[in-house]
Design a binder for this molecule. Structure first.
Ligand code: GDP
Ligand code: GDP
Length: 446
């Protein structure tokens, strides 16, 4: 989430402004290893746009106008972590050397910096703000945290600078109605039984089915409701009409498969039980992995193989081994022909979707990481052991975790996969893909 840090020397009113911005929300203490003073963090929202706000705090009675070394450290740390900065200064006192020091640090970044000239309790005193342009930033706002004055203009400027894509993704993520509707793509090689499976699903008892014409020609999605859950099956024109003749029997379009995978919330990957996972299935699954999509693997035509557990297990193992890189996708066995396993499939779609939306607390996450690291020593990088200082879950789906580490480039595929698999188990994301992002934090300054 877009992160805005409130910085400034002690006693200028950072906490007051922070509290004003978060309103009734609850703030939490963010414990970042290596930082002398904990930060207070909360989500905030302005004009419908959520963001994260941080009070870098750290007020000690007595060091009012001293530019203590810990303030420098606090702010330097925050330069990497945050996307924008509100530098709070005291309008009654004017510019102090400490303000200038802090402004100097902030000039090192290209990220937006706003000056909040606080304690302008009387709008008539607004002209004192001009003095603060001397700090070298052109977004200067008179505010009074106590009188609530000017805070709206300041926040308007802040959210105005949040990049468009960030706003869009936030809006999409928070749209409630979005969550009620699961977009499903049925993919697989020709003849695996995709059409038959879709028809079996749509033929479920008490299902409500309707077609939604797409925006482009020959794209039709199908809306389907079952047990109070709405699904949209994407790009069903070909599947429902069964227009094989148009394509030729071996037609397999990676492009079309890719489009569906990108658009969908959950992928249903259909595999023919008689053939097991083939080369084409590996390609499809690689796309699923590449786009970090929740998926259900369907082994279809189960009626064509002997109903013995060793046979079924052998098929399942073959599929698991071949598609080892999407270990989170549950496997369901179906017979579209006999309408077997359909309810199970629908339940799994709902389950993986819900897991993909799940959030875990920062405390729980960091405990899980500690636990996992105790299972296996992290490898070394350039002769030094890799370290994970702190992790946090980002907004949105699939679950995405940001890890602050000493050497981001030292985290190689093998160890990353180990972390991913264990995090999924420990945190209850067994059926969801998760994504890990690594960000460097230079600890040498502490
Ligand atoms: P911090 O150390 O920067 O977090 O500052 P605080 O938020 O703790 O505020 C320091 C002092 O300034 C407190 O006594 C506040 O009541 C006071 N203060 C904060 N904002 C305002 C304001 O807008 N007007 C006035 N007059 N006092 C303020
Ligand atoms: P698509 O190309 O993936 O859409 O596959 P279709 O649904 O057209 O199925 C291909 C062939 O497999 C057709 O002849 C279907 O009747 C047959 N088929 C599909 N599902 C099953 C199944 O569960 N059992 C059996 N025995 N045949 C099936």
């Amino acid at each position: 989430m877009y992160r805005v840090a409130i910085v400034g020397r002690p006693n200028v009113g950072k906490s007051s402004l922070f509290n004003r911005i978060i309103g009734k929300r609850k703030a939490i203490v963010e414990d970042i290893p290596g930082v002398t003073r904990d930060r207070i963090v909360s989500t905030a929202e302005w004009r419908g746009i959520p963001f994260e706000i941080v009070d870098t705090g750290g007020y000690i009675e007595g060091d009012k106008d001293i530019f203590a070394p810990y303030i420098r450290k606090q702010i330097e740390k925050e330069l990497d972590l945050s996307d924008a900065f509100i530098l709070v200064v005291d309008g009654k006192e004017g510019i102090t050397p400490a303000d200038q020091e802090i402004a100097k640090i902030l000039h090192r970044t290209d990220k937006p910096v706003y000056i909040a000239v606080n304690k302008i309790d009387n709008p008539e005193n607004e002209e004192v703000v001009y003095e603060f342009y001397e700090l070298g930033f052109d977004k200067v706002f008179p505010v009074s945290s106590i009188q609530k004055y000017g805070v709206a203009d300041l926040l308007d400027a802040v959210v105005e600078d949040i990049p468009h894509y960030e706003k869009e993704s936030i809006k999409e993520e928070t749209k409630k109605e979005d969550r009620d509707l699961i977009k499903v793509a049925i993919v697989g090689k020709p003849n695996a039984g995709k059409s038959s499976l879709l028809n079996a699903i749509l033929g479920e008892e008490r299902a409500v089915v309707s077609d939604i014409p797409g925006t482009t020609r020959d794209v039709v999605d199908t809306l389907f409701e079952w047990n109070g859950q709405k699904f949209i099956f994407l790009d069903t024109a070909g599947l429902r009409k069964k227009s094989k003749v148009d394509y030729g029997i071996e037609f397999f379009s990676v492009g079309r498969t890719l489009e569906s995978i990108k658009k969908a919330d959950v992928i249903v990957h259909v595999i023919d039980a008689q053939q097991g996972a083939t080369e084409q299935d590996t390609k499809i699954a690689h796309l699923i992995q590449k786009y970090t999509k929740p998926a259900v693997i369907v082994i279809n035509k189960i009626d064509t193989v002997p109903p013995k557990s060793e046979v079924l297990n052998r098929i399942k193992n073959q599929v698991r081994e071949r598609l080892y890189f999407i270990p989170y996708a549950p496997i369901v066995m179906t017979s579209a022909k006999n309408r077997k396993g359909i309810k199970q499939l629908l339940r799994e779609i709902i389950e993986v979707y819900n897991q993909a939306w799940k959030r875990v607390g920062t405390g729980q996450l960091n405990r899980a990481i500690k636990q996992i690291l105790s299972l296996r020593q992290p490898p070394s990088y350039q002769g030094k052991p890799l370290k994970i200082y702190y992790a946090t879950q980002l907004e949105g789906k699939p679950p995405c975790f940001l890890l602050f580490v000493n050497y981001p480039e030292g985290f190689k595929e093998h160890f990353v996969r180990f972390l991913e698999n264990n995090l999924r188990t420990v945190l209850g994301f067994e059926k969801a893909p998760i994504k890990l992002l690594f960000r460097g934090r230079d600890e040498s300054r502490d």
